[in-house]
Design a protein around this ligand. Structure first.
Ligand SMILES: NC(=O)C1=CN([C@@H]2O[C@H](COP(=O)(O)OP(=O)(O)OC[C@H]3O[C@@H](n4cnc5c(N)ncnc54)[C@H](OP(=O)(O)O)[C@@H]3O)[C@@H](O)[C@H]2O)C=CC1
Ligand SMILES: CC(=O)N[C@@H](CCC(=O)OP(=O)(O)O)C(=O)O
Length: 324
């Protein structure tokens, strides 16, 4: 079976990672590439390492009125720039939106693929979670569904690689200002807080009113580590056991006895979770690691597309992480 796919935003970090995964996907054939300022360039100009069968595909000016015959469209556009155009894509074309415009929007499934795959199977419109929510929610889900932590009192300390900001952006994402520097940002009102809070509430049935989320920019290219401070009296062993039961048979989640490291996930769709708890202090620490471009973006997007198309969710995603 050949599934015809397109990527809009292909020249960006998220779109480029989707290209890398789709180029090696046994069922997906890339037939459409689109963008804005790069329109008119052959893909090889942007990605010199491409195989010959993809090198000459020319990036089109993004216009949903000129789509070729497609089964799946991956949209990796700046948040705020996708909703109006994607509304004009025919319903026969399945869409995975990697950007933030459709998370918990009406008519769109929230694509938390490792936690609720059955809610994604057969869907035609899926909103990929943000990169921080991907790392955070995979770590929290087993604790929340088993009532091991208080959903109203969760503090997330997150670290991200620079590629999380995309190819554009201002000088604070350039080498001179990011190298040997550590920068908190998005204090109190980061755009990912609503989807994190909504999902905590779905999973726990309680209020996430006390949620705190602070991301930090770290001088590395890829990777996210979240350290999440929660209130609860479970032991470390109980948390690990709950996660192993919750994710039994799930291919992309690794439950680790030791704190995970960002390099464990680099270049993969893996998500690492771990826990450290002290009942005497009413303290549960959950940890999560993903590659922001893997599980945090294109990896989970391909996993969602596999589920939408009725393929095994691991198709094209079996590659090991890059080490070192
Ligand atoms: N980077 C990451 O780790 C993650 C990113 N995301 C989200 O994914 C989306 C893309 O992010 P990212 O790849 O990092 O961003 P980039 O800045 O790297 O890429 C943006 C892409 O969008 C295209 N684009 C911008 N405006 C338009 C337009 N009006 N019409 C058509 N194409 C347009 C650009 O095309 P051109 O170059 O041709 O102008 C480029 O390909 C964002 O919503 C981001 O928040 C989500 C999870 C993780
Ligand atoms: C380092 C950096 O700036 N990271 C981005 C995360 C990218 C992302 O996932 O944002 P969307 O919700 O738009 O998809 C940020 O914190 O906004």
């Amino acid at each position: 079976m050949t599934i015809l796919v397109g990527i809009v935003g292909i020249s960006g970090f998220g779109g480029g990672e989707a290209l890398r995964l789709i180029a090696n996907h046994p069922a997906f054939e890339l037939v459409y590439a689109a963008g804005d300022s790069t329109a008119g360039s052959p893909l090889a100009d942007r990605f010199p390492g491409l195989p010959a069968k993809l090198a000459h595909l020319v990036i089109q000016k993004w216009d949903p009125a000129t789509l070729p015959n497609l089964d799946v469209l991956f949209a990796s556009l700046p948040t705020g720039a996708s909703a109006a155009a994607l509304a004009r894509v025919p319903q026969t074309v399945k869409i995975v939106d990697i950007g933030g415009d459709h998370r918990y929007a009406t008519g769109w499934a929230y694509g938390l693929a490792d936690v609720w795959p059955s809610q994604i199977t057969g869907q035609t419109r899926v909103a990929n979670p943000g990169c921080f929510p991907a790392a955070t929610l995979n770590a929290l889900a087993p604790l929340l569904v088993n009532n091991l932590i208080d959903p109203g009192n969760i503090v997330i300390d997150a670290k991200t690689g620079i590629s999380g900001a995309g190819r554009g952006g201002d000088s604070k994402f350039g080498y001179a200002e990011s190298n040997e520097n550590l920068v908190p940002y998005g204090m109190l009102e980061h755009t990912h807080m609503p989807e994190i809070a909504t999902t905590i509430e779905h999973l726990s049935g309680g209020s996430a009113a006390g949620l705190v989320f602070t991301p930090h920019l770290v001088p590395m290219t890829r990777g996210i580590l979240v350290t999440i401070y929660c209130r609860g009296t479970a032991t470390t062993a109980q948390c690990l056991s709950a996660a192993r039961d919750f994710y039994a048979g799930r291919d992309f989640i690794r439950v680790s006895d030791t704190p995970p490291q960002t390099k464990w996930a680099t270049g993969s769709n893996l998500s690492f979770v771990s826990y450290a708890a002290d009942p005497k202090r009413n303290l549960v620490i959950a940890m999560g690691v993903v590659d922001n471009l893997g599980k945090g973006a294109a990896g989970q997007a391909v996993q969602n597309a596999n589920l939408m198309c009725g393929l095994p969710e691991t198709t094209g995603l079996e590659g090991l992480p890059v080490w070192p």
